[in-house]
Design a protein around this ligand. Structure first.
Ligand SMILES: C=CC1=C(C)c2cc3[nH]c(cc4nc(cc5[nH]c(cc1n2)c(C)c5CCC(=O)O)C(CCC(=O)O)=C4C)c(C)c3C=C
Ligand SMILES: [Fe+2]
Length: 401
C-alpha cells in the first residue's frame, strides 16, 4: 500500500470522478462497464458539525462498537488535549477519511491502521460521554451535573465487574462493522498514554428500509420511541451548564436466555410484551403504531394489555426515553453451553431519572425477567455537538473549570 496519500480521501475523490465519467459516458452513448465499488453520496455521511452529537437522534445504523475506557492520566490538561485530538480524528473518520494523511516514511508505523482504506463512511457516527468517576478522578467534581450520579442497584441486577464502571464511553455506529471498529481502534491508539480499555461490546441491528428492527426474541423493538418534537423534549438536557444540548446515555448489557425463550409458546411470548409478534401491534390494536390503550378491558374485565407485561409496566410510567439498542452474540457461554447473546440496551434521556423510574417499575414484576439478566451497566453524560472548526468535544466543560 502506498503511504503517500490519504487513501480513503482519494477513493472518495475517484468515486466522484468515476461517477461523473459514467454520467458523461452515458450521455455520449458510450457503454461503460466500470462501476465504483461503493457509491459515496451525501446519504452515507452525517455532518460532523451539528448542535447535538450524532448517533443519538440520527437513525440507528446496522452496527455498533461500544467501548468504555478508564482514565490512565489524571492530568486535566492532557485529557483536555485528548478530546481536541479526538475531535479532529472524529471529524476525519465520520467523513470517510483516514485519521491523518499517510506519510512517505516507511520506517514508522502508518498513522492510520488502514482497515477502512477504500471503504465509504457508511454513516459512521461517534458519540462521546463521561461518567461520574471522570469528575472524581480529575478532581473537577464541582463541574459534575447534579443528575450525574451512579445508577442505583435495581431488583434482580446481576452486574459483573467486567462490564461496569469506567470513565469515558465511545459509541461508534455505522452500516459496516469494520468502519465502526476502525474508528474506535484509531481513537484508542492515539490516546494510549491517557486511557486504558475497560470493556467493549459490538452489536448488530437488522432491518429493511425504515422497518422497526426485531430483537433476538423476534419482536419489533423501538416502536414506542418518541418522534419529532416529543423526541427532542425527551432527549436533550435543558440545564443551564456545559451539558446543555447534550444527553444522558444509559447502557445495560442484558443477557437473553434464547433457549428458554425458544421453548416458550407464542401466546406466552406475546403476553410477555403485550404486543403481537408478527405485526408489532399492541394487544387490542391492529397495526404496529396504533396507540396503546392500557384501560381497554376484555370480556372478563381484565386489562387487554396484561398488567405484568413489559410494555404495560413501561408505558404506565408515562415517561419516555429514546431506545437505541443493538443485539449481540458473543459465542457460547462455556458454563452453560448456551448462546452468549442478548441486547446492548442503550437509551438517551435528558435526565437519568427517566431510566431509573422505568427500570424500577419493571423491577420484579416484568414478565420478561424470566428470560433476561442485566450483567453490565453505565451512565454517561454526552456532550453537546461540535458546532464548527473552533469548537471541540467538551469545550464548554473544560472552559468552565
Ligand atoms: C428501563 C428501560 C428498559 C429496559 C432495560 C428494556 C429492556 C428490554 N426491552 C425489550 C423489548 C421491548 N421493549 C419494548 C418497549 C419498551 N421498553 C422500554 C424500556 C426498557 N426496555 C420502554 C420505555 C418501552 C416503550 C413502552 C411504551 O411506552 O410503549 C418493546 C415493545 C415495542 C417497543 O415499543 O419497542 C419490546 C419488544 C427487551 C428484549 C429488553 C431487554 C433484553
Ligand atoms: Fe423494553
Amino acid at each position: 500500500m502506498s503511504h503517500t496519500n490519504n487513501a480513503r480521501r482519494d477513493f472518495l475523490k475517484s468515486s466522484v470522478i468515476i461517477g461523473a465519467g459514467l454520467t458523461m459516458g452515458l450521455a455520449a452513448g458510450t457503454a461503460y462497464s466500470l462501476e465504483p465499488r461503493t457509491k459515496i453520496t451525501i446519504e452515507n455521511i452525517y455532518p460532523f458539525f451539528n448542535p447535538h452529537q450524532q448517533g443519538i437522534t440520527s437513525p440507528a445504523q446496522h452496527h455498533i462498537y461500544f467501548i468504555v475506557l478508564d482514565l490512565h492520566s489524571q492530568d486535566v490538561d492532557e485529557i483536555h488535549q485528548m478530546f481536541k485530538t479526538w475531535t479532529e480524528y472524529s471529524r476525519q473518520l465520520t467523513q470517510g477519511k483516514n485519521v491523518q494523511t499517510y506519510s512517505q516514511n516507511g520506517y514508522v508505523p502508518a498513522v492510520d491502521t488502514g482497515e477502512a482504506d477504500s471503504l465509504n463512511p457508511y454513516n459512521l457516527t461517534l458519540t462521546f460521554g463521561v461518567s461520574p468517576s471522570f469528575f472524581t478522578k480529575l478532581g473537577i467534581e464541582k463541574a459534575k451535573p447534579a443528575e450525574l450520579v451512579d445508577l442505583p442497584h435495581f431488583p434482580r441486577d446481576q452486574l459483573k465487574a467486567e462490564f461496569t464502571g469506567g470513565d469515558i464511553c465511545i459509541q461508534a455506529c455505522a452500516d459496516d462493522p469494520q468502519v465502526a471498529f476502525h474508528a474506535v481502534r484509531n481513537l484508542v491508539r492515539v490516546a494510549r498514554s491517557e486511557i486504558t480499555m475497560r470493556w467493549s461490546q459490538s452489536g448488530f441491528n437488522s432491518f429493511e428500509g425504515t422497518d422497526t428492527p426485531r430483537n433476538l426474541f423476534g419482536f419489533r423493538d423501538g416502536t414506542g420511541n418518541p418522534q419529532g418534537e416529543e423526541l427532542d423534549k425527551t432527549v436533550w438536557y435543558e440545564g443551564n451548564n456545559w451539558l446543555k444540548g447534550g444527553s444522558f446515555l444509559v447502557v445495560r448489557k442484558i443477557q437473553m436466555f434464547l433457549e428458554t425463550w425458544d421453548r416458550t409458546n407464542l401466546n406466552e411470548q406475546q403476553h410477555t410484551f403485550g404486543r403481537h409478534r408478527d405485526s408489532g401491534a399492541a394487544y387490542g390494536q391492529k397495526k404496529e403504531f396504533d396507540p396503546v390503550d392500557l384501560d381497554k378491558k376484555d370480556a372478563n374485565g381484565q386489562p387487554v394489555v396484561p398488567e405484568d407485561s413489559h410494555m404495560h409496566l413501561a408505558h404506565k410510567t408515562g415517561l419516555k426515553m429514546l431506545r437505541r439498542s443493538f443485539s449481540y452474540s458473543s459465542g457460547i457461554d462455556s458454563r452453560t453451553g448456551q448462546f452468549d447473546a442478548g441486547l446492548l440496551f442503550i437509551s438517551y434521556q435528558k435526565d437519568p431519572q427517566q431510566f431509573i423510574t422505568i427500570q424500577n417499575k419493571l423491577g420484579n414484576i416484568d414478565k420478561m425477567n424470566e428470560y433476561i439478566t442485566h450483567i453490565g451497566s453505565g451512565l454517561f453524560a454526552c456532550f453537546a455537538g461540535v458546532k464548527d472548526e473552533n469548537d471541540y468535544l467538551g469545550k464548554a466543560l473544560f472552559e468552565a473549570l
